[in-house]
Write a protein that binds this ligand. Structure first.
Ligand SMILES: C[S@@+](CC[C@H](N)C(=O)[O-])C[C@H]1O[C@@H](n2cnc3c(N)ncnc32)[C@H](O)[C@@H]1O
Length: 650
């Protein structure tokens, strides 16, 4: 536990804003006053238990006694926002976790920490902890290494769940091992030291950023981790990290690479010959664009043995919406010839590793047959229900392209209600009918009548087009947007003029961006465009004549099976398609349709639109459409692997 006193700002309103934007400036402030400027973040810390901001009190003990507690003036952007009241001594959250009393063979420590800490704080550091049982499962992989005093690295150790698991399940191994542990969060690092002492293991704990650290020369017999995961936008020094890692491993990586991949790539380079690595990470990189180079690197090192994907509909981490997979790698004398793809229905299935690897269903592929351009989700058992090799398939982009809806950068200004338009006297020419939320089109069709109902209900269904016409009302409205600072937003300031709109033509087929029970397609019979809540299909000349077939196909189970191969999964059942995911998906070559089936499909599309959702009529229509598509594609339901790629199946 830390003993240093802290100045506590009791500013309720600005606490949250200040946490990220304001920092203490100056080492020894004038008596009683702290000047806070937005430039320097050092010294700021949010207390995890009381959710307040603490400033380290830099005064000596004597000075503190002499002058008493500070009062605090918070200055932000030169403006006084709040005069804080002085101050209480604040304990640290570390004191709230009683390492001495906790049951180390469970997640008690993590649960206690999670209960006392703010989700926002934990998100910033990617603090989502591994279930104890999964930690036991993963640590079994390490105990096979042959070194008598194995050097073990855990680059982001948190509260030491892996070290605890190893100590409980393989006490001799843990006793002989030398643990090198990194944990960026100082408070957690202190608790981690206490954990290691209680376990009586040889340890060195470094409370710094594992990725910043220049030294790459250390190597380890075993590496185990659940690295932090958050988007590249939140990594301040992402360019430096990318440059350091790319030059070290001699391979290019995208700057959009999620932080967990940096941990993985760096750790792989620190593996001794004969060493083993176990990582639990999101599956996102297997399917995301930035993951291409990561997968390429994994194949090139030749260390990867198995990937165990935990079904994305089950939650591996209680408080994080994420997918999860366990990677098992080994730096054996010979590169791995094949990689096994396992699937677990939930993390509960990850009990005994040896049993799991022997009994669970897997597909093993030759490394040389794995395609880094592909989404690897299609390699796992159960994910391939369609034959992509049929010659009667073409990419969806043959018929046109989905592109994202209009991004305004300031929906508060651009998406306006009829009443707001009337109040500002905006002319009809400056108002484009437009949906701003997916809930505004909840069904499978959206008609002019639906739009009229939204308009009558004064929903924000107009998009302001400041370039379409001129006049005092339009000028005033634009000026009011500038007063509110909308022209300084990220997207608007890139445009000239700032209120210019992205152009989209009317689209017949919309697709919802996110979905839990599958992605939704909407047949648009209105004259509306849409903001980013829907992707919009812009058809080619060929596509124009195939629109009813395409809509039916997207809703059919055969179409959904093909789309499945391209989707992104976000844990807890959340699915997403980027426009290009659908553009790449395969569709039947409708030019091969005979007249009779074309006519029948047009009728079926109309019946489908009119049938009640999930009704027996709807089901019958889709089944008949499926049969026609199936005949067209031929052999489409055969579940086969990539030719020549499968080495073995369990
Ligand atoms: C996903 S948690 C996992 C913790 C623990 N290993 C477990 O599995 O329960 C990741 C941990 O890494 C720490 N961390 C985040 N960024 C880090 C960095 N750049 N270097 C070292 N540790 C970091 C976080 O504070 C957090 O405790």
């Amino acid at each position: 536990m830390k003993s240093a006193a802290h100045i506590l700002i009791t500013c309720g309103i600005f606490r949250w804003k200040l946490r990220s934007k304001v920092a203490r400036n100056g080492r020894r402030p004038a008596r009683g006053v702290f000047l806070l400027e937005p430039s320097d973040r050092h010294g700021w810390r949010e207390c995890r238990c009381c959710r307040r901001i603490h400033l380290p009190d830099t005064r000596s003990e004597t000075q503190r006694e002499r002058s008493g507690p500070y009062s605090v003036v918070v200055k932000y952007s030169g403006q006084n926002l709040h005069r804080g009241t002085p101050v209480a001594e604040a304990g640290t959250a570390a004191a709230d976790i009683d390492v001495r009393a906790a049951d180390l063979s469970s997640n008690e420590l993590e649960l206690s920490y999670t209960a006392r800490s703010e989700l926002a704080y934990r998100k910033r550091l990617g603090q989502f902890f591994t279930p104890y049982s999964v930690a036991c499962f993963m640590s079994q992989w390490l105990t096979e290494v042959s070194a008598s005093e194995p050097q073990i690295l855990d680059p982001c150790a948190g509260l030491g769940v892996f070290e605890r698991a190893l100590s409980a399940t393989s006490p001799d191994f843990a006793r002989n091992a030398r643990f090198t542990l990194w944990e960026k969060d100082e408070d957690l690092a202190q608790d981690l030291v206490a954990v290691c002492k209680r376990l009586a293991i040889h340890h060195s704990v470094t409370s710094r950023d594992f990725l910043d650290e220049q030294a790459w020369s250390a190597t380890y017999d075993a590496i185990i981790a659940n690295p932090p995961y958050y988007k590249h936008h939140y990594v301040e020094n992402k360019e430096d990290i990318r440059a350091a890692i790319s030059s070290k491993v001699g391979a290019p990586f995208s700057v959009q690479t999620n932080i967990y991949c940096w941990f993985l790539i760096k750790a792989l380079s620190m593996l001794k010959p004969g060493g083993r690595l176990a990582f639990i990470i999101p599956t996102e990189f297997l399917n995301a664009n930035y993951g291409r180079d990561v997968k390429k690197h994994l194949l090139e090192t030749g260390f990867l043995r198995s990937i165990i994907s935990v079904c994305y509909k089950s939650r591996t981490f209680d408080d994080a919406i994420t997918t999860a997979c366990v990677l098992l790698a080994e730096r054996a004398r010979e590169s791995s010839r094949g990689i096994r793809f396992y699937r677990a229905d939930s993390s509960e299935q990850l009990g005994d590793l040896t049993e799991f690897l022997a009994d669970a269903e897997f597909i093993e592929y030759e490394t040389s047959d794995l395609d880094v351009e592909r989404k690897w989700r299609s390699y796992f058992p159960g994910n391939r229900a369609v034959d992509t090799e049929s010659s009667n398939l073409v990419p969806f982009s043959t018929y046109g392209r989905f592109s994202r809806g209009i991004a305004t950068g300031a929906n508060e200004f651009f998406a306006i209600r009829p009443s707001t338009a009337a109040a500002h006297g905006l002319p009809a020419e400056s108002l484009i009918p437009c949906l701003s939320k997916a809930q505004q089109a909840p069904g499978k069709t959206f008609t002019r009548h639906d739009f009229e109902a939204l308009r009558q209900a004064d929903k924000p269904v107009y998009l302001f087009d400041g370039e379409a016409t001129t006049g005092k009302a339009v000028e005033h409205y634009i000026a009011s947007g500038e007063v509110s600072g909308f022209h300084h937003r990220y997207l608007t300031r890139m445009r000239n003029p700032w209120y210019a709109l992205e152009k989209r033509s009317l689209s017949k087929i919309w697709v919802g961006v996110f979905g839990r029970a599958g992605i939704r397609f909407v047949w648009n019979e209105s004259n509306c465009v849409s903001l980013t809540c829907f992707h919009l299909f812009q058809s080619s000349r060929l596509g124009e004549s195939c629109l009813p077939f395409l809509f039916l196909y997207l809703n059919s189970s055969i179409g959904r099976n093909f789309l499945e191969l391209e989707k992104r999964e976000y844990g807890d059942g959340l699915e997403k398609y980027e426009p290009n995911d659908i553009n790449k998906a395969l569709a039947p070559d409708f030019e091969l349709l005979d007249q009779e089936n074309s006519k029948r499909l047009i009728d079926l599309q109309s019946e489908f639109k009119n049938a009640e959702q999930n009704s027996p009529e709807e089901k019958a229509v889709l089944e008949e459409a499926d049969r026609i598509f199936e005949t067209l594609i031929r052999h489409s339901r055969q579940a086969v692997g990539y030719k020549g790629a499968i080495i073995s199946r369990s």
